[in-house]
Design a protein around this ligand. Sequence first.
Ligand code: PEP
Length: 249
Amino acid sequence: MRRPFIAGNWKMYKTNSEAEETIRYLKDKLKEIENVDIMIAPPYTALTIAAGITAGSNIYLGAQNVHYENEGAYTGEISPPMLVSAGCRYVIIGHSERRQYFGCTDKDVNLRLKSAVRSGLKTVVCIGEKLEERESGKTFDILSSQLSESLKNLSEEEKNMLIVAYEPVWAIGTGKTATPDIAEEAHKYIRGKIADMYGRDFASGVRILYGGSVKPDNIRDLMAQDNIDGALVGGASLDAESFSKIVNF
Ligand code: PEP
């Protein structure tokens, strides 16, 4: 049985005082939730404040990206040990905005995943096709090559720290959610591909999240699908009330 996982990606939103207000609300509102893993990924600047507020609660902290070196002359970057020291348990890797605007490749995703796990971080690896790729019938080819490269040569430990997020790029921040059927078709394909790479046993246990305009009014139908184990929520996670509703699907 795969335990539901609902994650909020705050992107480049919220100052520290805004983050504090949202997290205090979430902590109170979600304190009774026991059957869902909850993670929020605030901007780096709010991580330490978030860690203080969420300590001992059922809300885990994640970062939105990570470098693969532990330290070095990489101005503007943040390393896995730094995230751990700021209170993170998770990190999102290969988000489509990192791929689109900052040149993140599948090879980078694989390096970052391995490095993050060495520091004890669980990883949420994002994959997904662009609109033109879907329209030209290439969705499964794209997912296949993203998975082959991003999840290449994973050790047992790396596999155990893995969560996959299917985020069709055309559905992110656009208000266009994939229908539950479209999302399920992709999730089923992804689980099958992971089974080809690492065996059925592993594939049947790995959690695959859906991301792309998830809202309180569509989460339930998405979660009703056999291969959808949770959600990576962008816009709707910024509002504490709507994120709480999503967690309470
Ligand atoms: C995301 O940023 O991962 C995302 C899915 O965004 P949104 O929910 O706003 O589409």
